[in-house]
Design a protein around this ligand. Structure first.
Ligand code: SF4
Length: 686
């Protein structure tokens, strides 16, 4: 922190980190004047941030001082979901919550379920004191699958972990495949590097069903059908093989399962894949030639493409491509899906799984919370869920098949506590809403899944109103529950230090706000993948041992629309550019830009239904219906519609959002939701 004090006013600039679910994990500088944050900027000293923030977080003061910010604990006074609450003291709220949780836990603590995700990516305000609390209680564990687990596990079965090339070196690549990522909207700082590469003569290829803003600026766009990425990757391999665009030395020394993968790939000539993907075979052969003959060549893979039934296999197939051509030999070559596996933080010391003792609670998959809230007690499932404690998440808006999620949350016998900044769709169903601090009001420690730096977030301002940190709320609940282990007295700075486990680095973080991991420039130039074999595992013995196909393959979507079907259109739900999942939807200046919920559709599909831009449409399937405005758009390919999200249900034209239509099916690997594997019909409404 730097500070200037005059007799009239005091100004300070405080170093922090962006908490949001975004690979960029920007370093922030918050200017505080007389105790009020007046500006949040990117830290120019942090290479990955380069002094630039996205439009969303540049508005962080607007969000922090939002007139509807929750500033006092609230207790429900109306029916569930009515949104009727009255203020209550912290003491009364904490006393009653502890009493209710204790009563449920006395019968079976697994009837209590924590529900959280990446509302903050911070290690401390995320699963810091909260994990200690739920471990001590013996509550159900939560399988946090809702975003990335399919791709993350697939990568682990192939490369050995969530590891990849260093972000900064994309600027030196000669060919970049931007696969399943609208980088301009959701990975801005990578896009700046890709632009730099483009200026140096690199070719940019976008692979995405939607013609995104990013696709507009790439040299080539392959608008494949949702869920066909593995077919494309296998056909690229086919061409690498038949044209001998391979690096046999790299394959021999640093991979395993090549013969079997070769046989599999030879079953995928471009003509076959072209039919599956809905593109021209020539586009596949052209891309294979580029990939096979250009060095250094790199793939920026993102999580959109793994939100389908075969998402894990698709990531595995794509992750094989750099090893085939020896792209890993170059620091500007290889692949990056996530860098989070490079960090070795002291999670056990932070989260204290030892507090479970001998207990081994069941695990609830957060992606099937709709079904699970409606399940009665039974020997297989265990006790019905009787209490939910939600923090850093908005499941009523973001979990799939939200009709069922809402029915579950509406159960009058379910005791629900929500820690939040705002009265979200989920908070509407709470028994208690507890006002939580924002990133400007607390300390935290951050790793990244884009770059490889650790960042420290220092509190810039005092908590607003009666808001308390997540850690403080769980600390206070622990006291009232009689949890007297000393770890429940740790303050947030201690928790940051514990998670880092390195005092020298902590001193650097206090000084600079960030510190880089010491990693080689080209981590797999000489192989050394963190798999059991040390090789890039084309064939995964671990998957085979679980009864799965050890080789990547194309697995068709659960819902492959056919023209004559009742639901003949495929729907994907990528983020609206100015929202981040369901965060920022209530920030007026950002919502004004997005205007209203829309469904992008191709002119042919619109014409066939008598739909024009601006018409209210009903989008529906067996699971429910969603009303929004049609946008007849060149961004959509025929047969695929885009429900941009994630709007809060309460801002929807009929009180729903796009997740009313998505299903609770799970991916092949990683038990993740299949948001982009969803067939619908669209008609004009009214
Ligand atoms: S959301 Fe992403 S791009 Fe925006 S400030 Fe945060 S980390 Fe940076």
């Amino acid at each position: 922190m730097t500070e200037t004090v005059s007799s009239a006013s005091s100004t300070a600039v405080v170093r922090g980190a962006c908490p949001h679910d975004c690979p960029d994990t920007c370093a922030l500088l918050t200017t505080v004047e007389n105790g009020r944050a007046i500006q949040v900027q990117g830290n120019p000293a942090h290479q990955a941030t380069d002094g630039v923030l996205c439009t969303k977080v540049a508005r962080y003061p607007e969000r922090t001082y939002h007139p509807k910010r929750l500033l006092t604990p609230l207790k429900r006074v109306g029916p569930k979901g009515s949104g009727q609450f009255e203020p209550v003291s912290w003491d009364a709220a904490l006393h009653d919550i502890a009493h209710r949780l204790q009563a449920i836990a006395a019968h079976n603590p697994e009837a209590v379920v924590p529900y959280s995700y990446a509302g903050t990516m911070g290690l401390v305000q995320g699963e810091g004191m909260a994990a200690r609390f739920f471990n001590r209680l013996g509550a159900s564990l939560l399988d946090r699958t809702i975003c990335s687990s399919a791709g993350a596990e697939a990568l682990t079965y192939t490369l050995g972990g969530k590891v990849g090339m260093k972000l900064a070196f994309f600027a030196e690549s000669k060919l970049i495949l931007i696969w399943g990522s609208n980088s301009i909207g959701s990975h801005l700082h990578f896009w700046r590097l890709a632009q730099e590469a483009k200026r140096q003569g690199a070719k940019l290829v976008c692979i995405d069903p939607r013609k995104t803003e990013t696709a507009d600026k790439c040299h080539v766009h392959l608008a494949i059908r949702p869920g066909t990425d593995a077919a494309l990757a296998l056909a690229l391999m086919h061409e690498l093989i038949v044209h001998n665009w391979l690096d046999p030395d790299y394959i021999a020394q640093h991979t395993s399962g090549w013969d079997a993968l070769r046989d599999r790939a030879l079953q995928w000539p471009p003509a076959r894949a072209a039919q599956v993907c809905g593109i021209d075979a020539l586009q596949i052969t052209d891309l294979a030639r580029d990939w096979g003959t250009t060095q250094p060549a790199a793939i920026r893979l993102n999580y959109g493409m793994q939100r389908v039934r075969g998402g894990g296999n698709a990531v595995r197939a794509i992750a094989c491509l750099p090893a085939l051509t020896g792209a890993w030999r170059h620091r500007a070559g290889g692949l990056l899906l996530s860098s989070s596996g490079h960090f070795s933080m002291h999670k056990a010391a932070l989260q204290r799984p030892d507090l479970l003792g001998e207990r081994r609670p069941r695990t609830i998959n957060m992606s099937t919370i709709g079904d699970d809230l409606l399940r009665p007690s039974c020997p297989v499932f265990g006790p019905a869920i009787q209490a939910l404690v939600v923090y850093n998440s908005n499941p009523v808006a973001v979990a799939p098949e939200s009709g069922k999620v809402v029915r579950g949350f509406a159960r009058e016998d379910l005791f629900t506590v929500v820690l939040e900044h705002f009265q979200t769709d989920t908070a509407d169903y709470a028994d208690y809403i507890l006002p939580a601090t924002t990133q400007l009001e607390h300390w935290d420690l951050h790793t990244s899944y884009g770059h490889t730096d650790i960042l420290l977030n220092q509190a810039a301002i005092a908590p607003l109103g009666q808001a308390r940190t997540n850690t403080d709320i769980f600390r206070a609940l622990a006291v009232r529950m009689g949890f007297n282990e000393p770890c429940f007295a740790d303050d947030d700075l201690t928790l940051c230090r514990t998670a880092l486990g390195d005092e020298e680095r902590f001193a650097q973080l206090l000084q600079n706000g960030f510190v880089a991991l010491p990693l080689p420039d080209a981590p797999f130039a000489q192989g050394g993948f963190p798999t059991p074999s040390g090789r890039c595992e084309f064939f995964s013995p671990r998957l085979a041992a679980m009864g799965q196909d050890g080789l990547p393959d194309h697995i068709p979507n659960y819902e492959v629309p056919v023209k004559t079907d009742p639901f003949p259109l495929a729907m994907i739900s990528p983020p609206a550019r100015h929202f981040l999942n369901s965060t920022f939807v209530n920030v007026s200046s950002l919502r004004t830009i997005e205007v209203e919920p829309v469904l992008e559709m191709h002119a042919d599909d619109a014409l066939a239904r008598g739909i024009s831009s601006g018409d209210v449409v009903k989008v529906f399937n067996d699971r429910g219906e969603y009303h929004c405005k049609a946008d007849v758009s060149r961004r959509a390919r025929p047969g695929v519609v885009h429900g941009l999200g994630i709007w809060w249900r309460k801002f929807g034209l009929n009180g729903t959002n796009v997740n009313e239509l998505t299903s609770q099916h799970l991916t092949d690997i990683g038990r993740a939701p299949v948001f982009y594997d969803c067939a619908v019909q669209v008609v004009r409404h009214g």
